[in-house]
Ligand binder design. Structure first.
Ligand code: ZN
Length: 299
């Protein structure tokens, strides 16, 4: 015979087990980029299960599509696309997943697009045909992406709408507050001129009041030529450009050549965060800002 206390504890355990097995399953989200995945993880908390496709240390323009990515998307409710033509490989993954119910969220919706071309010109390399797609490197655009994600999450899982809205408020407040700190640290760069390998950093530069005046690539996606590098040597000397930002997946030859010719420092930095943990998107700005200050010889 069970005592009254034992009966209550058995019943409590049974109710707990029942609630675990009948709990609403997490919303499965696949993000094209870890940055968008990290924002989704922040907003969704324990109500979502997030993974991403592109890696921080590989070129987000050219991701090889594997069947395992399609399998992942076949079980997902939401796919977070970068948009603006950056991740055309996302379409191949989504089509290949044969998931007729997947909701595709274009996270670039409502982002103020920089370098929007007047017309698409094939001679420009065409990897930025709809304007510059590297918008997540301005933390203010991270908030816009978060708003797009929240709208989709509320439709996918209406019962947790209030939680998603509340987490969006927290994300926005934390992002704005930390942006203030990053701007303060980046003051030595304000009004300054930089060069980047690929045109990944125009939104970052706009966020921190500096200018990317040239690129090692003559056009986005086109490798440097001897003539272009000779021109860059002149520009770097004339404008006293202190740093080249080099995405780690590009070859070292051209930045090394420019360093030898002009003394310009080469700063290798990944334009994406390393994983989809909730804090990773914001922590990545800490890393970039701190490393930039160090690279320039500041504190
Ligand atoms: Zn690009």
């Amino acid at each position: 015979m069970l005592t009254k206390a034992q009966t209550i504890s058995v019943m409590t355990a049974a109710i707990l087990l029942f609630s675990i097995f009948t709990a609403f399953p997490a919303v499965r989200i696949v993000a094209a980029l870890p940055d968008l995945g990290s924002i989704a993880a922040y907003i969704g908390g324990d109500k979502v299960e997030v993974s991403s496709i592109a890696k921080a240390n590989s070129n987000p323009h050219s991701v090889e599509v594997f069947p395992s990515y399609m399998a992942k998307v076949s079980r997902a409710a939401l796919y977070l696309k970068c948009g603006l033509g950056l991740d055309q490989w996302s379409d191949a993954i989504i089509d290949g997943s044969r998931n007729g119910k997947i909701v595709v969220v274009d996270c670039s919706n409502n982002v103020p697009v920089l370098e929007k071309p007047m017309h698409v010109d094939a001679s420009m390399g065409d990897v930025h045909p709809f304007g510059n797609p590297h918008y997540w490197l301005d933390p203010r655009n991270g908030i816009i992406a978060a708003q797009n994600i929240v709208e989709a999450l509320k439709k996918a899982d209406p019962s947790n709408s209030a939680l998603y809205e509340s987490n969006l408020g927290r994300f926005k407040a934390e992002c704005e507050s930390r942006y203030g700190g990053w701007k303060e640290k980046m003051k030595p760069f304000a009004g300054g001129k930089l060069i980047s390998y690929h045109s990944s950093w125009v939104y970052f530069a706009a966020a921190f009041d500096c200018a990317i005046i040239e690129h090692v690539e003559p056009f986005p996606g086109i490798p440097p030529t001897g003539n272009h590098l000779a021109r860059l040597v002149e520009i770097i000397k004339k404008e006293r450009v202190p740093l080249i930002l080099q995405e780690p997946y590009f070859p070292d030859d051209a930045p090394r050549f420019l360093n030898r010719q002009t003394g310009i420092k080469v700063f290798k930095v990944a334009p994406s965060c390393a994983d989809v943990k909730p804090g990773s998107y914001l922590d990545h700005f800490d890393d970039i800002v701190n490393q930039l200050i160090t690279a320039q010889g500041g504190k």
